[in-house]
Design a protein around this ligand. Structure first.
Ligand code: ADP
Length: 392
């Protein structure tokens, strides 16, 4: 069985083609700058990489070219080999609690919920419509970023604001990165052969969120009404005092949207370090003795520490803390700093074991109060697995 996992953005389309018989990746790639000058695609398969500039007027063009290339490169012999298409969808509000077959109702809901994810939901619809046009008979499955977090209690997801904001306008915590956190919970439960774990899943990439999981279900998560909340991130501020927004509007003559834009795109590691949104650049400067780089690194680690500590208490201790995504999987000093910050909880890292990048590995010391693991995430595989399950 072959399944394509799709992540459609407003001007991009990422794909991974899986052979589900052995869960292996047959090919993957990216179509970029769709509808913009300089559009191009990259396809990787069999250890080869093909990159070509080509006119892509819209997502339908991208899907047609993708399928043409899969055929002409002999990656597949016929379009009939594609059994299903799984789409990463961002916002399903509180209606979508798990993945589902994509029907017209799902498409209508994605459009209706667009105010909750103005960049992502319309882009997801473009991806769905393109596949619907080009492969009309192939079943499609939607896998929502928000779905995994639907098990949170009211106490976790409500904000202490007028209740009518929730009732009338849907103001509540939704949470994101749900597919990644679900993959981490599933993987570590399999590794430890235990479905009743208390897990703190730390997805720390360019965007980042921490999730408390009990018995495979989300109890709380750090992102909120939007992905701007929670830990400090590459360019996002994470949690701040909301009064800063009106104060900066007045001081700098900006409107609310402009300030929110700065909090999304020019804050976090980039804003505080004034060096880069990429932790590799910041660590390099820190190692040269740059104080502002060190400050930004320490602050990043502190915000992650704070969430882990609060979820450790919420879960009444944890069995395992998992680090995943770009920073979580690859940054040895970042994991070390966070774990050292957690020493009051008895958490101890093994410095030798921690010398690991992008590999599933236990990194806690034997006398640590709680296991600590690096677990590489694989949202695409999770999407393909859900698709396989639902199209049968
Ligand atoms: P996205 O949220 O875009 O999927 P990723 O999960 O790929 O992001 O994370 C990308 C980020 O991970 C980079 O911006 C960088 O900060 C961090 N990163 C990746 N590799 C390393 C590394 N070796 N050391 C430190 N940070 C890293």
């Amino acid at each position: 069985m072959k399944i394509i996992a799709i992540n459609a953005g407003s001007s991009s389309l990422k794909f991974t083609l899986f052979n589900m018989d052995n869960k292996s990746v047959i090919a993957n790639g990216l179509f970029e700058r769709i509808g913009i000058e300089g559009s191009n695609y990259t396809i990787k398969y069999n250890g080869e990489k093909i990159k070509e500039e080509i006119t892509l007027n819209d997502h339908v063009d991208a899907v047609k070219i993708l399928l043409d290339k899969l055929l002409s490169l002999n990656i597949i012999n016929s379009l009939d080999e594609i059994d299903g298409v799984g789409h990463r969808l961002v916002h399903g509000k509180d209606k979508y609690k798990e993945s589902c077959l994509i029907t017209n109702e799902v498409i209508e809901d994605l459009i209706a919920f667009k105010d909750f994810a103005p960049l992502h939901n319309p882009a997801n619809v473009l991806g769905i419509k393109a596949f619907k046009e080009v492969l009309p008979h192939v079943p499609m499955v939607g896998v929502f970023d928000t779905a995994f977090h639907q098990t949170m209690s009211e106490e976790a997801y409500l904000y202490p604001v007028p209740y009518s904001w929730y009732k009338e306008h849907g103001v509540r915590k939704y949470g994101f990165h749900g597919t990644s956190h679900r993959y981490i919970a599933k993987t570590i439960s399999e590794v430890l052969n235990n479905d009743h774990l208390k897990i703190i899943s730390c997805h720390v990439g360019n965007g980042g969120s921490i999730t408390a999981i009990k018995d495979g279900k989300c109890v709380d998560t750090s992102m909120g009404f939007t992905p701007l909340a929670g830990i400090m991130m590459g360019t996002r501020s994470g949690d701040i005092d909301p009064s800063i927004i009106t104060y900066i509007m007045e001081q700098e003559g900006l409107n609310a949207k402009e300030v929110i834009d700065i909090l999304n795109k020019k804050s976090g590691l980039l804003g505080l370090s004034e060096i880069s949104s990429d932790m590799r650049d910041v660590i390099a400067k820190m190692e040269e003795g740059n104080e502002q780089a060190k400050l930004a690194f320490d602050k990043y680690a502190r915000t992650v520490t704070n969430y882990i500590a609060s979820y450790y208490v919420l879960l009444d201790k944890a069995d395992v803390i998992c680090f995943t995504a770009g920073l979580g999987e690859n940054s040895v000093p970042f994991r070390k700093k966070v774990c050292e910050n957690l020493r009051a909880l008895g958490i101890k890292i093994d410095d030798n074991a921690n010398q690991v990048m992008g590999e599933l590995k236990k990194i806690s010391a034997d006398d640590s109060s709680c296991l600590v693991y690096v677990v590489p995430t694989d949202e695409e595989l999770m999407i393909a697995l859900d698709t396989m399950k639902l199209i049968h």
